[in-house]
Each structure stands twice: as structure tokens, then as C-alpha cells.
Design a protein around this ligand. Structure first.
Ligand SMILES: NC(=O)c1ccc[n+]([C@@H]2O[C@H](COP(=O)([O-])OP(=O)(O)OC[C@H]3O[C@@H](n4cnc5c(N)ncnc54)[C@H](OP(=O)(O)O)[C@@H]3O)[C@@H](O)[C@H]2O)c1
Length: 258
């Protein structure tokens, strides 16, 4: 097992990529805390993890709220021990033409995807620096590297996550901490189901045709499974990955090749 003795905090750990990552970490021997707004979902994942024989903690937290984030880190460290792995995965998506963008929605997307990542990192990092060990893994997107149609807010937030990842990597280099990002293509989760529903509503296409539109964005003509993203997160969290730093690794079937 690669992560024995590690304590991971996975934001957005109640479903989708976060859930798969939390379970993958537990299978590798880590104790794992999941944080999201929906208590029932994080509780269900924590039960799955306990079923694997690991300690788990389900936390209700909105990552955009500085005080809730501070409380979250205190609660996890009190119950599971010092956090050695942080996965900034909580995120939201929405699409709109920029001219028709609701300003509140723009703010909300930036606040959850980018500021949430910053707040959680800022709360966990001092302990990692003191202990001289840590792994920070930011779930970005291929929308962090290229533009996506009608997704200016989402892409701006995810480009921002890459800027944060790379700058922080320089800041903590040589301190026993690595900071990296994973850039998935379209993954089979609730978020993508919502994208399919939006395409159906806006274009009148069938759900199957809408799904095929997203699949066709990948040279492999398929959606990525959440477990494929979790696999890379386990790799980045592993002791052997200490030289992988400031990187943004695509998991997208070859859609983006830089
Ligand atoms: N699905 C894709 O195709 C895809 C592609 C590239 C990147 N990503 C990124 O991968 C990450 C996970 O996406 P997913 O597809 O697994 O989405 P998902 O199934 O919708 O899950 C998102 C998770 O984030 C949590 N969350 C949202 N807002 C939050 C907030 N303010 N505070 C705390 N938790 C919050 C949600 O829980 P609550 O709603 O209960 O809070 C949920 O647990 C996101 O950052 C997303 O941008 C996804």
C-alpha cells in the first residue's frame, strides 16, 4: 500500500471524482476526510471507507467560507491527525455566452473553483511547512489549458488554478511539499450529466447525441471515468512522486497534448 500513515482531505469528496479519489486513497492505506455541502453524500463515502478498514471523517463545509474552512482543518486534524495530502477538488460548472453571463454566476464560479482552492490551501499549508511534508493536488481541467465554448467563467477559474499551482510550487520547492494539478477532460459524473442536460435544452438534441458531442472531443471518443483521475491523484500522493512538482497532468484521452 502506497499511502499508509497518510491523512488526506478531499474537498468535494461526496461524489464523482472526489469520491473516487477518497476511496482510492483509502485502498492505499490513507485515512480520509471528505468535505462538501451535502452531508448525506460525504457520510455515505465515509461509510464506504470505514468498510475498507480505514478511518474516515465526513465534514459539511462550503469551501468559499474562510471560517468554515478553518473549522474544517481543525476538525480533520483533531480526529484523524495532521493533514498530509490535500486534494482541492470541489468545483462547479455552468455555461453561458459572455454577453449573457449573470455577474453573480461569474463570481460564484470563481469563488468556488479558484478562491476555494486558495482558502483550503492557505489553511492546510502552514502545518505542512512546519512538518516539512505534504502533497497538494488541485483538480483543474483541460479548460485550464484551452478555451471551451460558452465557458469563460469556468475556464478563467481553472486557468487561475493552474497559475496558483505553478506559483505555489515555486514558493514551497525544497520544503518537502509538492504542488500539482490534474486536468481531466469530460468525466462521467453528475457535472457532465448536467452539461449533457444543458446541451439538450439549448440545442434540442437527444441525450445520446449530446453525450456523443462530448465524447467526440476526445480522440478516444469516450468520457473519462472518475477512477482514472483518482489513479493519477494516488500517483501524485505517493512517496515516489516527490520529483513531480508544479505540473499539470492531463487525463483526457489525448484531447489536449501540452
Ligand atoms: N466532470 C468533468 O467532466 C470534469 C472535467 C474536468 C474537471 N472537473 C473538475 O473536477 C472536480 C470534481 O468534479 P465532478 O465532475 O466530480 O463534479 P460533481 O460530481 O458535481 O462533484 C462536485 C463536488 O464538489 C462539491 N462542491 C461544490 N461546490 C462546493 C462548495 N462550495 N464547497 C464544498 N464542496 C463543494 C460537491 O458537493 P456539494 O454540492 O454537496 O457541495 C461535490 O461533492 C471539479 O473541480 C471539476 O471542475 C470535472
Amino acid at each position: 500500500m502506497r499511502l499508509t500513515g497518510q491523512v488526506a482531505l478531499v474537498t468535494g469528496g461526496g461524489r464523482g471524482i472526489g469520491r473516487s479519489t477518497a476511496l482510492a486513497f483509502a485502498r492505499e492505506g490513507a485515512d480520509v476526510a471528505m468535505a462538501a455541502r451535502t452531508g448525506t453524500e460525504v457520510t455515505a463515502v465515509s461509510k464506504e471507507i470505514e468498510g475498507l478498514g480505514r478511518s474516515a471523517l465526513a465534514c459539511q463545509c462550503d469551501v468559499t467560507d474562510r471560517d468554515q474552512v478553518a473549522g474544517l482543518v481543525r476538525e480533520v486534524e483533531k480526529n484523524l491527525g495532521p493533514i498530509t495530502i490535500l486534494v482541492n477538488n470541489a468545483g462547479i460548472a455552468a455555461s453561458a455566452k459572455t454577453t449573457e453571463m449573470d455577474d453573480d454566476l461569474w463570481e460564484r464560479i470563481l469563488r468556488v473553483n479558484l478562491t476555494g482552492t486558495y482558502l483550503c490551501t492557505k489553511a492546510v499549508l502552514p502545518g505542512m511547512l512546519t512538518r516539512g511534508h505534504g502533497r497538494i493536488i488541485n483538480i483543474a481541467s483541460i479548460g485550464a489549458k484551452v478555451g471551451l465554448l460558452y465557458s469563460a467563467a469556468y475556464c478563467a477559474s481553472k486557468h487561475g488554478v493552474l497559475g496558483l499551482t505553478r506559483s505555489l510550487a515555486l514558493e514551497v520547492a525544497g520544503r518537502g511539499i509538492t504542488v500539482n494539478a490534474i486536468c481531466p477532460g469530460f468525466v462521467e459524473t453528475t457535472m457532465t450529466e448536467e452539461s449533457i442536460r444543458r446541451i439538450v435544452t439549448k440545442t434540442g438534441r437527444t441525450p445520446d447525441a449530446a453525450r456523443q458531442t462530448l465524447e467526440a472531443l476526445s480522440p478516444q471518443h469516450r468520457l473519462i471515468q472518475p477512477e482514472e483521475v483518482a489513479f493519477v491523484a494516488v500517483m501524485l500522493a505517493s512517496p515516489e512522486a516527490s520529483g513531480i512538482h508544479g505540473q499539470a497532468i492531463n487525463v483526457d484521452g489525448g484531447a489536449v497534448m501540452f
